[in-house]
Design a protein around this ligand. Sequence first.
Ligand code: FAD
Length: 307
Amino acid sequence: MTRTPSIVDRIGAAEGRIPFSVEFSPPRDADAEARLWRAVREFERMGPAFVSMTYGAGGSTRDRTVRVTGDLAEETTLLPVAHLTAVGHSVDELRTMCGAYADRGISNVLVLRGDPPGDPLGDWVKHPEGVEYAEELVRLVRDMGDFHVGVASFPEGHYRAPDLDHDTKYLVAKLRAGAEYSITQMFFDVDDYLRLRDRVAALDPEQGAKPIIPEIMPITSLRSARRSLELSGSKLPAVLEERLTRAAGDGPEENRAAVREVGIEVATELAERLISEGAPCLHFITLNFARATREVLTNLGLASHVA
Ligand SMILES: Cc1cc2nc3c(=O)[nH]c(=O)nc-3n(C[C@H](O)[C@H](O)[C@H](O)COP(=O)(O)OP(=O)(O)OC[C@H]3O[C@@H](n4cnc5c(N)ncnc54)[C@H](O)[C@@H]3O)c2cc1C
């Protein structure tokens, strides 16, 4: 396997200012792929520490995901992280996926359990020859070779966890199993992030020293933000809901330009507070568009060369 820097090394090497990173999702068709590449080339000029590529529920876009993530490794200056989910896969298939990533020079993997395809909030059913929890997949990937593994964390607690202590216990278990960092679910209340950091440090100071990278979603449409929130189990604090609803107006169609403006302001405020609280990196959900993230980075003075 080609050695590439680990995410922890990469974000640790950033000097003077906080690094940022971005999340892409697998394109569904050729047009979407062309749009993704426009965003990729734009982000290349802004200098993200790394980029991550999500994995479609149940592996629905598997071949395209592996190919495009491999192309990011081979044809750009970006450092890709491949998301790998357990849902719907046997252990043999998961090993094959890791092998396919390694063949394309990818050694950074974000290990996840994934959600049931169809209804992500439906009952979780383990593949008969698969794994039950992400922790087992962390061990599997680590045992396969020279992979650097990250996992998911949940500032508001995972929606299936009965309480925050349960949630923290199993996050720490994933870190003890060999994960080097976590990336959070998107959130809008920085105190939730700070409490997560405190809970992990209190339970296990060694694991608490590992980076918890906050994920930020710049809202550009209230309707799609509500859908993402519903699927992720995250909440919009009442004061933000009110700000965005006011911007959306009460016409039959939401006022997209006004929502967008408030969404960028909200993401900028969130990022500013995270920077002042010592977050290790800012990870942006992009939906394969560069503009919103670029505007937030510009507000923060963080884009190297804003296109
Ligand atoms: C940054 C990020 C990126 C994501 N990317 C993707 C993606 O690309 N594709 C996708 O499909 N989904 C993605 N997801 C969603 C994720 O797959 C779901 O939130 C999933 O429900 C949980 O995954 P996990 O890896 O945290 O699971 P796990 O860590 O396995 O946890 C699942 C639940 O089980 C509990 N638990 C864990 N271990 C145990 C145990 N030993 N005993 C009892 N309970 C336990 C946990 O507390 C939690 O409630 C992402 C989420 C985040 C935060």
